[in-house]
Design a protein around this ligand. Sequence first.
Ligand SMILES: NC(=O)c1ccc[n+]([C@@H]2O[C@H](COP(=O)([O-])OP(=O)(O)OC[C@H]3O[C@@H](n4cnc5c(N)ncnc54)[C@H](O)[C@@H]3O)[C@@H](O)[C@H]2O)c1
Length: 433
Amino acid sequence: MTSANIAPANGKLGVLTPGMGAVATTFIAGVLAARQGLAAPIGSVSQMAHIRLGKKDDVRNPLIRDFVPLAGLDDLVFGGWDPITPNALEGAQAAGVLEERDLAAISGELEGIVAMDAVFDQKWVKKLDGNRVKALDSKLDQAQALMADIEQFRTDNDCDRLVMVWCGSTEAYQEASAAHETLEAFEAGLEANDENISPSQIYAYAALMSDVPFANGAPNLSVDLPCMIELAERRGVPIVGKDFKTGQTLMKTLVAPGLKARMLGLRGWYSTNILGNRDGEVLDDPENFKTKEVSKLGVLDTILQPEVYPELYGNIDHVVRINYYPPRGDNKEGWDNIDIFGWLGYPMQIKIDFLCRDSILAAPIVLDLALFLDLAQRAGESGVQEWLSFYLKAPQSSSASGPEHDIFIQQTKLKNTLREWMGEEPVTHSEAG
Ligand SMILES: NC(=O)c1ccc[n+]([C@@H]2O[C@H](COP(=O)([O-])OP(=O)(O)OC[C@H]3O[C@@H](n4cnc5c(N)ncnc54)[C@H](O)[C@@H]3O)[C@@H](O)[C@H]2O)c1
């Protein structure tokens, strides 16, 4: 494929977020601030990173945003749904991520982004009590109401294209059921109000039926289901999920590939967090935490390949804990104790204490996923976009080999995909390349 195959990014791109909490409002506020020249979009690969092209002596190294035809920040418009938050300003104030002085210059714009009534069911998020909720009992009616919201938003805001990024709470743990096996079964399930269909799946269905690409920033299944993959492929819509790679898992996927690159052994990895925002409160419920735990635990095995290196990685104790601790708000503290071993089996320890800001790390991911999914759609791509695994803790995979977790391989894949779409050679990092 060459650049000629990618439709230009004309007109406005609407970014819809189910969930207007800490991550969504920090994302929106950051884009508005960047647009006014008040801040740089730090952490956004699409905006800040360069991409090397050709052979290493060619000295071609444009910004990604100058190389591929992405929507510009000025062309974005924002909308979303939330069962609690009335608008993006109140959402940002309640989340407490950004200080009032940073919100002041953009408060009018934030206040104008009014949350639509949500499709919400407390069964899936016990800790929340929503009151801005669609008064519809039938799941099919709920899906149709979301599709109507999407079309209304498209018209009201004169959008050329839309993308949806799930920034809603983590739903209770579930495994795929019979209702998720095929599109036909899912649609029958909507009609029959099947209890296995969660709100995030209804949003995902509504998005795909409206030809709107969908990214899932939480660990719940949403589009990681055979019926959704079928729908995405059938309608030619790109999808990606799940769970933004921030905080402790970001650290894990930075450190683990390094240990493996040097063939150092690992005996155990104990991770614990304190977190005091609404996300932390939701994750305080064991059913919701289980969804997160499953998403966080998969990372090490895939990176370290214990089946290939049993003497180095065949006996690892991997423990992950999240503790809800209100005084910290969104400023999570993540501790890692890593027990490694080296030459002659001698043990060593690494301690990481990451005083991170969760939503500050997640916001640029929302931006990049929105822009890259829109690009993928204009490039004629559909179904699971593995090249965006870079951004996700538990990336969906469409291949038999399963997901890739090593952030450096993920980065290479992302950049090589962009090179390929633009008719450039992949960079191999060989002596000549
Ligand atoms: N902050 C991070 O670094 C990070 C990293 C990975 C994943 N995530 C995930 O991203 C999501 C958002 O995180 P956050 O920190 O903004 O949480 P948050 O609690 O501040 O915001 C979530 C919002 O979703 C709303 N919501 C819940 N159910 C909904 C529904 N059915 N429809 C529409 N809105 C709904 C809630 O009312 C809330 O305002 C969570 O699932 C979280 O696990 C966050």
